[in-house]
Design a protein around this ligand. Sequence first.
Ligand code: SF4
Ligand code: SF4
Ligand code: SF4
Length: 191
Amino acid sequence: MADEKKNTALTRREVIQGSLLGAGAAALTALAARLAVASGPKSTVWQIDPAKCIRCGNCATYCVLKPSAVKCVHAYALCGYCKICLGYFEQGRGDWSARAENQLCPYNAIRRLYVDEPYYEYHIDESLCIGCGKCVEGCEKSGNGSLFLQIRHDRCVNCNQCAIAVACPSGAINRVDADKPYLLKRKDGKP
Ligand code: SF4
Ligand code: SF4
Ligand code: SF4
């Protein structure tokens, strides 16, 4: 239960209203603003389109950086705050306790915080995440799709040709204007 400390920053009412902007998405928005200033309007960067990504695993292994510049991002506004999160729990264990062996993430990068019965908040520890996409796949199966992968430009060295883009089987990684570096998932379903 080490990961299940109560998140006193949230109330049940706030969760039900679904009015939260995720910390991960908010952090990316702040980074986007800084990057836009630093790079100028004619620069371009690599970006993942979350709607095209099929969670193949190449983002974790093809990046020239180790660990990858790709990280999981949580769009909290889309999250169901599920007690049994399919992005967090390995299915088929028959045990929904937060023991390490029940967790889907191979790097223990997801923190589970108790909000109020039956709601839990899931937080990505980016220092541990390698961008494997296992949790993203699990969350997609639940129908919520609040977890997604994105290139972090505070890490990415903006290779002339992104090695992941070459290996990507779904054409999900493309160059975009640097003043709009982060394509995020949103509550209205539009990326
Ligand atoms: S390589 Fe493409 S499809 Fe595979 S995880 Fe990365 S963005 Fe998604
Ligand atoms: S399952 Fe993979 S993508 Fe998800 S948090 Fe863990 S390392 Fe990151
Ligand atoms: S551009 Fe280079 S550093 Fe950035 S994600 Fe692609 S391979 Fe990794």
